[in-house]
Design a protein around this ligand. Structure first.
Ligand SMILES: [Zn+2]
Ligand SMILES: [Zn+2]
Ligand SMILES: [Zn+2]
Length: 178
């Protein structure tokens, strides 16, 4: 199934299991191009390449890995090149920073308003992005009780992806998850 970018927050996590990955890359780039054009942002060749690199894998990439890949693709070799491209992608909502890994991942729901929640496999390092509404749950209750106004939350869960959970019982990730 193709995710149609829409204003609604999509419910399904993207990243684990089988999916049409070619459309992840194509949709992500197309969405970025459209939004940059609409907002007057410049999706320069190095920014576009950085996004494409992130979209190629559902895995977080550190700034130095990004630098290596940009260099291999013929872009500059100075760290600021990678940092600036990543800053642009994060600021524009095309990528997210995974705080606990100090690394970056392409947004799986480009164009949608959302608070990402990341599920990070500690074995294969795959990362899936789901939706979170922590401010509506128990954290929100605690915040209201203490008069705190939540502006931003970071949700990062570490664990095992379906493929890494042994897989012996025929649980080959055919989408039977929650
Ligand atoms: Zn994909
Ligand atoms: Zn996202
Ligand atoms: Zn895994």
């Amino acid at each position: 199934m193709t995710q149609t970018p829409s204003a609604d927050a999509p419910a399904d996590p993207v990243g684990f299991g089988r999916h049409d990955h070619a459309s992840c890359i194509a949709d992500g780039l197309a969405e970025a191009e459209a939004r940059c054009a609409a907002k007057g942002l410049r999706l320069t060749p190095v920014r576009r390449k950085a996004l494409e690199i992130l979209l190629q894998e559902h895995r977080a990439l550190g700034a130095y890995d990004m630098l290596d890949r940009l260099r291999a693709a013929g872009f500059g070799s100075q760290p600021p090149v990678a940092y600036r491209a990543l800053d642009f992608l994060v600021a524009g909502g095309f990528a997210h920073k995974i705080e606990c890994l100090n690394a970056f991942i392409a947004c799986a729901h480009p164009g949608a308003r959302h608070t990402p929640a990341f599920m990070i496999c500690r074995t294969c390092e795959a990362v899936a992005e789901a939706q979170a509404a922590p401010a509506r749950g128990s954290l929100g209750k605690a915040a209201r009780a203490s008069g705190f106004a939540i502006e931003r939350t970071v949700v990062e869960a570490e664990g095992l992806c379906p493929a890494c959970q042994g897989g012996a019982e025929g649980g080959a990730g055919d989408g039977a998850g929650a």
